[in-house]
Design a protein around this ligand. Structure first.
Ligand SMILES: Nc1ncnc2c1ncn2[C@@H]1O[C@H](COP(=O)(O)OP(=O)(O)O)[C@@H](O)[C@H]1O
Ligand SMILES: [Mg+2]
Length: 209
């Protein structure tokens, strides 16, 4: 018997609100039909990173991530097969020994800044969503999030933004917006909330059929 799976890819710049969108769907009435696969747990361990990326601390480049493993796991989930994803430690930049089981459910949500910029992943995504917010708003949110929730200094957030986040956004992420099926505006809460509700309703209706 063939299985029916819908893969939704949530992309967009850092601080745009991708994780917020995923969290809302995971807390919506369709929660039991959703599995989440985050792209950023598939970073190469530091010693496997291309040397120039490692030296520059560039975590926002497509080659920093093990995209072949991610695409293979996503294909398995689409085929109805559960997987065990790697787990990544963001402090030491290395892969942890444990694995995390991800069930193949009807809706597979994948999240990551670069999803639409990587062809082998993009082609596995049924609904390509790009969360869009102006860059001034994104950096302000990132400063607040990283200094309050991630224990980072203001200076380190600014350095990372200038050094890699901004140039990688311009080179890879912003151009990938063109391949999205749906743009979710998140300049302010009102527009974002409406888009979230529209997606939730579409998923509820799809699951009833
Ligand atoms: N619509 C919104 N209203 C209020 N705060 C938001 C909204 N969207 C995102 N944020 C906040 O902005 C920060 C960045 O959002 P996040 O979802 O982590 O972005 P991303 O995953 O795209 O990097 C978080 O602290 C989040 O709570
Ligand atoms: Mg996020």
């Amino acid at each position: 018997m063939s299985v029916r799976r819908l893969v939704i890819g949530v992309a967009g710049g850092s601080g745009s609100g991708k994780s917020t969108l995923v969290e809302r769907l995971v807390n919506s009435p369709v929660r039991d039909s959703i599995s989440v696969l985050p792209h950023d747990h598939y970073y190469h361990s530091q010693h496997q990173m291309p040397e120039d990326l490692r030296a520059s601390g560039n975590w926002d480049h497509p080659e920093a991530i093990d995209n072949h493993l991610f695409a293979a796991h996503l294909q398995e989930l689409k085929n109805g097969v559960d997987i065990e994803r790697p787990a990544y430690c963001f402090k030491t930049h290395s892969r942890l020994p444990e694995r995390v089981k991800i069930l193949s459910r009807p809706i597979i949500l994948v999240e990551g800044i670069l999803l639409l910029a990587i062809p082998i992943i993009r082609e596995l995504i049924d609904w390509r969503v790009y969360v869009d917010a102006p860059s001034d708003e994104r950096i302000l949110r990132r400063i607040l999030r990283d200094t309050t929730e991630r224990g980072r200094s203001l200076q380190s957030v600014i350095d990372q933004y200038r050094g890699s986040a901004r140039p990688m956004h311009e080179a890879w992420i912003e151009p990938s917006r063109n391949s999205a099926h749906l743009i979710v505006p998140n300049e302010h809460e009102a527009s974002f909330a409406v888009s979230c509700r529209i997606i939730e309703n579409a998923l509820e209706n799809m699951l009833k059929r």
